[in-house]
Design a protein around this ligand. Sequence first.
Ligand code: EPU
Length: 337
Amino acid sequence: MINTTNKVSLRQYNTFGIDATAKELIICNTIESIQEALSYLNNNPQPYLVLGGGSNILFRNDFDGIVIHPCLTEIELIKEDEKNVWLEAGAGVEWDELVKYSVDHNWYGLENLSYIPGNVGASPVQNIGAYGVEAKDTIVSVKGFYIADASRFELSNEECCFSYRQSIFKSKLRNKTVISSVIFKLNKTESYTLNYGHVKEELEKRGKLSLNNVRQTIIDIRKSKLPEPEELGNAGSFFKNPVIDLEHFKKLQSNYESIPNYPVESKHVKVPAGWLIEQSGWKGKAIGDAAVHNKQALVLVNKGNASGQDIIDLAQQIINDVCEKFGITIEPEVNII
Ligand code: EPU
């Protein structure tokens, strides 16, 4: 039996802490309950939203429809050979719980993605990434349901069409699926990715190279820059890092020698939106309770009672100013509902 709640506040279901309500909330703890929720929805057609950990979403208004919250919370070892393990994790497993579990078992691959808020089910949707690693590097396949007919699917890594903060679940299949679990392939043998930013330096300060030390280093770096959602509502990076033409980049570089950049391919360069926002004078600034985080300008925060619209208004002013100064239009990476 599915459990539905009417006119419910979503404040505890989004890390921005926006007090929007949903007409109906259905929490699905089992595969069967997802199926039931979908047939209920299909028999009562209306707007719907599949909500995971709520760590990449901003509610502009109340949601006048059904919110389906998949909550499968098992992690299962489904296959193993000499070199690798295959784990199937339920969509409702907290992402960092999965990372901790793999590090505790000495399995390599997820450690750089430590301490990212949100649930496993959202990890393939926007192909979460940090410190030189993306979810796509370890995802083997994604299982779930098509909403239209409640039929099941399993999509391979290739079929998910992953790229930077992007996948088929944000493009062709946007709002068309419920993800129930994700299968990851991890290494049993030592392999690290330490070439991003100051990771190596910070790790050396900590002592010997080990899986747990990499995890703790990443956690420390994140804690020093990114606000804890429990203390200050936020959804991590609010904007994507823009990719610009090499020519445009060269022009900017002649005016701003120290402009940081990540290589993409020969004709394009990715520029950190955090830097562009800081240079535009927005770091640490606020309009009412909607603010730009003072340690990482890429993150917008709710200092208390900001509405979704307050955050959007702030974001728009930032977009305008960055565009005026640098000729670059930055885009939100959070999902605005
Ligand atoms: N920078 C500034 N000012 C700022 C923030 C950044 O000048 O306020 C500069 C830094 O000096 C640095 C560069 O921008 O040279 C990059 O900064 P950082 O390493 O903090 O990474 P980012 O590009 O700002 C991306 C991801 C983060 C992820 C980090 C680490 C996106 C949109 N964001 O941020 O992801 O943790 O790299 O890999 O790609 C998230 O998606 O929610 C998220 C936090």
